[in-house]
Design a binder for this molecule. Sequence first.
Ligand code: ASP
Length: 291
Amino acid sequence: MIAIAVHGGAGRWDEAERDAAVAGVRGAAAAGWQVLETGGTSLDAVTAAVMVLEDDPLFNAGTGSVLNAEGDAELDAGIMAGDVLTAGGVACIRRVRNPVLVARRVMEATDCVLLAGAEAERFARDQGFADHDPVTERRRARWRAARARQAGERLVPGTVGAVALDRGGRLAAATSTGGRELKRPGRIGDSPVPGAGNYATAQAAVSATGWGEFMLRMATAKAIATRIESGEPPASAAASVLAEMARSFGAPIGVICLDARGAVGIVHGTEGMPHAWRTGDDDDFNARFAA
Ligand code: ASP
Protein backbone atom coordinates (compact mmCIF):
# COMPACT_ATOMS: atom_id res chain seq x y z
CA MET A 1 0.00 0.00 0.00
CA ILE A 2 1.23 3.50 -0.84
CA ALA A 3 -0.54 6.74 0.07
CA ILE A 4 -0.11 10.48 -0.05
CA ALA A 5 -2.08 13.46 1.26
CA VAL A 6 -1.30 17.12 0.75
CA HIS A 7 -2.78 20.37 2.08
CA GLY A 8 -2.43 23.96 0.98
CA GLY A 9 -3.34 25.72 4.23
CA ALA A 10 -6.40 26.20 6.38
CA GLY A 11 -7.75 29.71 6.31
CA ARG A 12 -9.84 32.13 4.33
CA TRP A 13 -9.28 31.87 0.61
CA ASP A 14 -10.49 34.35 -2.00
CA GLU A 15 -13.33 32.79 -3.99
CA ALA A 16 -11.40 33.54 -7.18
CA GLU A 17 -8.36 31.53 -6.06
CA ARG A 18 -10.04 28.36 -4.87
CA ASP A 19 -9.95 26.41 -8.13
CA ALA A 20 -6.28 27.26 -8.65
CA ALA A 21 -5.53 26.19 -5.08
CA VAL A 22 -7.23 22.82 -5.62
CA ALA A 23 -5.33 22.36 -8.89
CA GLY A 24 -2.12 23.24 -7.01
CA VAL A 25 -2.57 20.64 -4.29
CA ARG A 26 -3.56 18.05 -6.86
CA GLY A 27 -0.33 18.74 -8.76
CA ALA A 28 1.66 18.44 -5.55
CA ALA A 29 -0.01 15.13 -4.66
CA ALA A 30 0.76 13.89 -8.17
CA ALA A 31 4.44 14.78 -7.74
CA GLY A 32 4.56 12.84 -4.46
CA TRP A 33 2.60 9.92 -5.92
CA GLN A 34 5.00 9.64 -8.82
CA VAL A 35 7.86 9.16 -6.33
CA LEU A 36 5.96 6.48 -4.39
CA GLU A 37 4.74 4.67 -7.49
CA THR A 38 8.25 4.29 -8.82
CA GLY A 39 9.44 2.78 -5.54
CA GLY A 40 10.73 5.99 -3.91
CA THR A 41 10.63 6.71 -0.20
CA SER A 42 7.93 8.57 1.70
CA LEU A 43 10.60 11.12 2.64
CA ASP A 44 11.28 11.85 -1.04
CA ALA A 45 7.54 11.94 -1.74
CA VAL A 46 6.72 14.56 0.92
CA THR A 47 9.76 16.58 -0.14
CA ALA A 48 8.64 16.56 -3.79
CA ALA A 49 5.04 17.47 -2.91
CA VAL A 50 5.99 20.35 -0.61
CA MET A 51 8.50 21.73 -3.14
CA VAL A 52 5.72 22.03 -5.74
CA LEU A 53 3.68 24.15 -3.34
CA GLU A 54 6.67 26.21 -2.18
CA ASP A 55 7.31 27.06 -5.84
CA ASP A 56 3.67 28.01 -6.49
CA PRO A 57 3.27 31.69 -5.48
CA LEU A 58 -0.39 31.14 -4.65
CA PHE A 59 0.51 29.34 -1.43
CA ASN A 60 1.95 30.75 1.78
CA ALA A 61 5.26 28.86 1.68
CA GLY A 62 8.52 29.44 -0.17
CA THR A 63 7.95 31.89 -3.03
CA GLY A 64 4.79 33.88 -2.28
CA SER A 65 5.05 33.62 1.50
CA VAL A 66 3.24 36.23 3.59
CA LEU A 67 5.25 39.07 5.10
CA ASN A 68 5.91 39.91 8.72
CA ALA A 69 5.22 43.22 10.48
CA GLU A 70 8.26 44.80 8.86
CA GLY A 71 7.51 43.56 5.37
CA ASP A 72 10.01 40.70 5.30
CA ALA A 73 9.37 37.04 4.53
CA GLU A 74 10.63 34.72 7.31
CA LEU A 75 10.06 31.09 6.44
CA ASP A 76 9.64 28.00 8.63
CA ALA A 77 9.76 24.36 7.48
CA GLY A 78 10.02 20.94 9.08
CA ILE A 79 10.38 17.36 7.90
CA MET A 80 10.34 14.03 9.73
CA ALA A 81 10.97 10.38 8.89
CA GLY A 82 8.68 8.17 10.97
CA ASP A 83 10.54 4.86 10.79
CA VAL A 84 13.71 6.26 12.38
CA LEU A 85 12.22 9.29 14.17
CA THR A 86 14.66 11.72 12.60
CA ALA A 87 13.58 15.32 12.13
CA GLY A 88 14.96 18.55 10.71
CA GLY A 89 13.70 22.09 10.56
CA VAL A 90 14.53 25.67 9.71
CA ALA A 91 12.91 28.71 11.26
CA CYS A 92 12.87 32.37 10.26
CA ILE A 93 15.01 31.71 7.23
CA ARG A 94 14.74 34.48 4.65
CA ARG A 95 16.34 33.98 1.28
CA VAL A 96 16.01 30.41 0.05
CA ARG A 97 13.76 28.93 -2.59
CA ASN A 98 12.81 25.67 -0.88
CA PRO A 99 12.95 25.75 2.93
CA VAL A 100 11.85 22.09 3.02
CA LEU A 101 15.09 21.09 1.28
CA VAL A 102 17.14 23.02 3.82
CA ALA A 103 15.15 21.40 6.65
CA ARG A 104 15.91 18.02 5.17
CA ARG A 105 19.58 18.90 4.91
CA VAL A 106 19.57 19.90 8.60
CA MET A 107 18.14 16.45 9.35
CA GLU A 108 20.59 14.57 7.17
CA ALA A 109 23.81 16.55 7.41
CA THR A 110 23.93 17.91 10.98
CA ASP A 111 23.46 16.67 14.51
CA CYS A 112 20.77 19.35 15.09
CA VAL A 113 17.03 19.26 14.67
CA LEU A 114 16.36 23.00 14.26
CA LEU A 115 18.37 25.88 12.83
CA ALA A 116 17.08 29.45 12.88
CA GLY A 117 17.55 32.85 11.26
CA ALA A 118 20.83 34.10 9.82
CA GLU A 119 22.69 30.96 10.86
CA ALA A 120 20.15 28.76 9.11
CA GLU A 121 20.69 30.85 6.00
CA ARG A 122 24.45 30.58 6.35
CA PHE A 123 24.10 26.82 6.65
CA ALA A 124 21.95 26.82 3.49
CA ARG A 125 24.61 28.75 1.55
CA ASP A 126 27.37 26.46 2.84
CA GLN A 127 25.33 23.54 1.57
CA GLY A 128 24.99 25.12 -1.88
CA PHE A 129 21.45 26.52 -1.72
CA ALA A 130 21.32 29.65 -3.91
CA ASP A 131 20.16 33.08 -2.79
CA HIS A 132 16.46 33.51 -3.62
CA ASP A 133 14.03 36.31 -2.75
CA PRO A 134 10.68 34.69 -1.92
CA VAL A 135 8.75 37.99 -1.83
CA THR A 136 6.24 38.46 -4.65
CA GLU A 137 4.61 41.75 -5.74
CA ARG A 138 1.20 40.28 -5.01
CA ARG A 139 2.12 39.52 -1.39
CA ARG A 140 3.71 42.94 -1.01
CA ALA A 141 0.44 44.57 -2.18
CA ARG A 142 -1.58 42.41 0.22
CA TRP A 143 0.78 43.23 3.04
CA ARG A 144 0.23 46.96 2.45
CA ALA A 145 -3.52 46.43 2.56
CA ALA A 146 -3.31 44.22 5.67
CA ARG A 147 -1.10 46.71 7.44
CA ALA A 148 -3.54 49.49 6.65
CA ARG A 149 -6.35 47.43 8.17
CA GLN A 150 -4.24 46.10 11.07
CA ALA A 151 -7.36 44.24 12.10
CA GLY A 152 -5.70 40.88 12.42
CA GLU A 153 -8.22 39.63 9.89
CA ARG A 154 -6.89 36.56 8.14
CA LEU A 155 -7.46 36.86 4.45
CA VAL A 156 -4.29 34.97 3.80
CA PRO A 157 -4.30 31.21 3.99
CA GLY A 158 -1.36 29.55 5.65
CA THR A 159 1.07 26.72 5.27
CA VAL A 160 1.50 23.72 3.02
CA GLY A 161 2.18 20.14 4.02
CA ALA A 162 2.32 16.52 2.95
CA VAL A 163 2.22 13.08 4.56
CA ALA A 164 3.13 9.85 2.76
CA LEU A 165 3.44 6.09 3.14
CA ASP A 166 5.84 4.18 0.90
CA ARG A 167 6.05 0.56 -0.24
CA GLY A 168 8.45 -0.22 2.58
CA GLY A 169 5.74 0.84 5.08
CA ARG A 170 7.62 4.00 6.08
CA LEU A 171 5.71 7.16 6.96
CA ALA A 172 6.99 10.74 6.59
CA ALA A 173 5.63 14.27 7.04
CA ALA A 174 6.77 17.70 5.81
CA THR A 175 5.34 21.17 6.45
CA SER A 176 6.41 24.59 5.15
CA THR A 177 5.08 28.09 5.74
CA GLY A 178 5.59 31.82 5.65
CA GLY A 179 3.76 31.82 9.00
CA ARG A 180 1.18 34.39 9.98
CA GLU A 181 0.90 37.65 8.11
CA LEU A 182 2.17 40.69 10.08
CA LYS A 183 3.80 38.39 12.64
CA ARG A 184 6.46 39.78 14.94
CA PRO A 185 9.91 39.50 13.33
CA GLY A 186 11.67 36.48 14.80
CA ARG A 187 8.44 34.68 15.58
CA ILE A 188 8.61 30.92 15.02
CA GLY A 189 5.43 28.95 14.44
CA ASP A 190 4.47 25.33 14.82
CA SER A 191 5.53 24.05 11.39
CA PRO A 192 9.26 23.39 11.98
CA VAL A 193 8.77 22.07 15.52
CA PRO A 194 8.39 18.28 15.73
CA GLY A 195 5.18 17.37 17.49
CA ALA A 196 3.57 20.80 17.04
CA GLY A 197 2.79 21.30 13.33
CA ASN A 198 4.59 18.29 11.91
CA TYR A 199 5.23 14.77 13.17
CA ALA A 200 5.85 11.23 11.99
CA THR A 201 6.35 7.90 13.73
CA ALA A 202 6.33 4.29 12.55
CA GLN A 203 2.53 4.36 12.79
CA ALA A 204 1.41 7.92 12.09
CA ALA A 205 2.26 10.98 10.01
CA VAL A 206 0.69 14.38 10.62
CA SER A 207 0.91 17.87 9.06
CA ALA A 208 -1.11 20.72 10.55
CA THR A 209 -2.08 24.27 9.61
CA GLY A 210 -3.67 27.09 11.57
CA TRP A 211 -2.74 29.32 14.46
CA GLY A 212 0.75 28.07 15.37
CA GLU A 213 0.94 29.34 18.93
CA PHE A 214 -1.94 27.06 19.93
CA MET A 215 -0.36 24.06 18.24
CA LEU A 216 2.92 24.71 20.01
CA ARG A 217 1.05 24.79 23.33
CA MET A 218 -0.98 21.65 22.62
CA ALA A 219 1.71 19.63 20.78
CA THR A 220 -1.09 19.05 18.27
CA ALA A 221 0.66 16.79 15.76
CA LYS A 222 2.05 14.59 18.54
CA ALA A 223 -1.35 14.37 20.23
CA ILE A 224 -2.92 13.16 16.99
CA ALA A 225 -0.09 10.69 16.34
CA THR A 226 -0.45 9.25 19.85
CA ARG A 227 -4.14 8.57 19.27
CA ILE A 228 -3.43 6.94 15.91
CA GLU A 229 -0.76 4.78 17.55
CA SER A 230 -3.28 3.54 20.05
CA GLY A 231 -5.47 2.31 17.19
CA GLU A 232 -7.81 5.23 16.54
CA PRO A 233 -8.55 5.85 12.83
CA PRO A 234 -6.69 8.97 11.59
CA ALA A 235 -9.87 10.93 10.81
CA SER A 236 -11.26 10.37 14.29
CA ALA A 237 -7.91 11.05 15.98
CA ALA A 238 -7.62 14.40 14.17
CA ALA A 239 -11.26 15.31 14.85
CA SER A 240 -10.87 14.58 18.58
CA VAL A 241 -7.76 16.72 18.98
CA LEU A 242 -9.18 19.55 16.87
CA ALA A 243 -12.36 19.53 18.95
CA GLU A 244 -10.25 19.72 22.11
CA MET A 245 -8.35 22.67 20.66
CA ALA A 246 -11.55 24.40 19.65
CA ARG A 247 -12.82 23.98 23.22
CA SER A 248 -9.60 25.17 24.85
CA PHE A 249 -8.62 27.97 22.53
CA GLY A 250 -11.40 28.47 19.99
CA ALA A 251 -8.63 27.89 17.49
CA PRO A 252 -9.56 26.81 13.97
CA ILE A 253 -6.99 24.29 12.80
CA GLY A 254 -6.60 21.98 9.81
CA VAL A 255 -4.83 18.62 9.67
CA ILE A 256 -3.92 15.86 7.26
CA CYS A 257 -2.76 12.53 8.67
CA LEU A 258 -2.04 8.95 7.67
CA ASP A 259 -1.59 5.65 9.44
CA ALA A 260 0.68 2.76 8.48
CA ARG A 261 -2.18 0.97 6.67
CA GLY A 262 -2.71 3.98 4.40
CA ALA A 263 -5.89 5.28 6.05
CA VAL A 264 -6.15 9.04 5.51
CA GLY A 265 -7.60 11.65 7.88
CA ILE A 266 -8.45 15.15 6.62
CA VAL A 267 -10.12 17.48 9.10
CA HIS A 268 -10.35 21.26 9.35
CA GLY A 269 -12.27 23.72 11.45
CA THR A 270 -11.86 26.49 8.90
CA GLU A 271 -14.04 27.38 5.95
CA GLY A 272 -11.59 25.74 3.60
CA MET A 273 -8.34 23.84 3.33
CA PRO A 274 -7.42 22.86 -0.22
CA HIS A 275 -6.23 19.28 -0.08
CA ALA A 276 -5.62 16.24 -2.25
CA TRP A 277 -4.94 12.60 -1.53
CA ARG A 278 -4.55 9.24 -3.14
CA THR A 279 -4.06 5.77 -1.72
CA GLY A 280 -3.35 2.39 -3.33
CA ASP A 281 -7.13 1.79 -3.43
CA ASP A 282 -7.90 4.86 -5.58
CA ASP A 283 -7.95 5.06 -9.39
CA ASP A 284 -7.25 8.78 -9.32
CA PHE A 285 -6.51 11.74 -7.07
CA ASN A 286 -9.15 13.16 -4.77
CA ALA A 287 -8.82 16.95 -4.64
CA ARG A 288 -11.13 19.37 -2.83
CA PHE A 289 -11.30 22.85 -1.39
CA ALA A 290 -13.11 21.73 1.76
CA ALA A 291 -13.49 18.33 3.39
N1 ASP B 1 0.68 27.30 11.23
C1 ASP B 1 1.25 28.45 10.59
C2 ASP B 1 1.96 29.27 11.62
O1 ASP B 1 1.38 29.56 12.66
C3 ASP B 1 0.30 29.32 9.86
C4 ASP B 1 -0.91 28.65 9.27
O2 ASP B 1 -0.92 27.47 9.01
O3 ASP B 1 -1.90 29.36 9.04
O4 ASP B 1 3.06 29.66 11.38
